[in-house]
Design a protein around this ligand. Structure first.
Ligand code: CDP
Length: 222
């Protein structure tokens, strides 16, 4: 008997679409592992900032990405022995992450790290290229999106709740800049992968979005 592959639910989408929250809750409900692939790009961004590597130097950034020691333990993210869970969440690291993510050398260095998250009983992975590049055989592919205004407002509330000061108009501009760069880059651009189902969460609560993803997953033939 041939063994069935470990199931993957791939959730891609633009910044602040809610994919991280939805993906981690879906993983929790199903008892699956969870991959926040954006955190990996944020880690490379942070490390490259510390080492003052130019965001345009793909070769150096790729080498850096290859040698990072990363671990996810009990909700904490550890980079080269240092807890950086909160440090990587700033807007400036997000923007730097999108700038370094254009380089194929960086993306290639992270492929194996991401695929290693695929463990029984299953994985929910969120990012930009989960369905198109990292897990093209995912059982369910979702493109989670929302209007730019709805996303800017969500990001604003998230930051304020964390005690980080923010301005709505600056956030809207930042996310439009990031959308444009993520969608237009040559390497693994943000796109609706063939076979992906689009879920617009502008008018949905988190619980409603989670329920829809679970319904779609459960209604898929095994
Ligand atoms: O939280 P947010 O959606 O804003 O960003 P993120 O998922 O933490 O990702 C930060 C940046 O990393 C994105 O703007 C992308 O440029 C890049 N990224 C990527 O290129 N591929 C992925 N699979 C995940 C993130």
């Amino acid at each position: 008997m041939t063994e069935l592959p470990i199931p993957v639910i791939a959730i891609d989408g633009p910044t602040a679409s809610g994919k991280g929250t939805v993906a981690s809750l879906v993983a929790e409900k199903l008892g699956f592992h969870y991959l926040d692939s954006g955190a990996l790009y944020r880690l490379v961004a942070l490390a490259s900032e510390k080492e003052a590597i130019d965001t345009q130097n793909g070769q150096k950034l790729g080498l850096l990405a290859q040698k990072l020691v990363i671990s996810f333990e009990k909700g904490q993210i550890i980079l080269n022995g240092e807890v950086v869970t909160e440090t990587i969440r700033t807007e400036s690291i997000g923007l730097r992450a999108s700038a370094i993510a254009i380089h194929p050398e960086v993306r290639e260095a992270l492929v194996g790290v991401q695929q290693d998250f695929r463990k029984a009983p299953g994985l929910v992975a969120d990012g930009r290229d989960m369905a198109s590049v990292i897990f093209p055989d995912a059982s369910l592919k979702i493109f989670l999106t929302a209007t730019a205004a709805a996303r800017a407002e969500r990001r604003y509330k998230q930051l304020i709740a964390k005690g980080i000061s923010a301005k709505l108009d600056v956030l809207l501009q930042d996310l439009q800049e990031r959308d444009a760069r993520d969608s237009s880059r040559g390497a693994a651009p943000l796109l609706i992968a063939p076979g992906a189902q689009v879920l617009d969460t502008s008018e949905l609560s988190i619980d409603q979005a989670v329920k829809i993803v679970l319904d779609w997953y459960q209604s898929k033939p095994a």
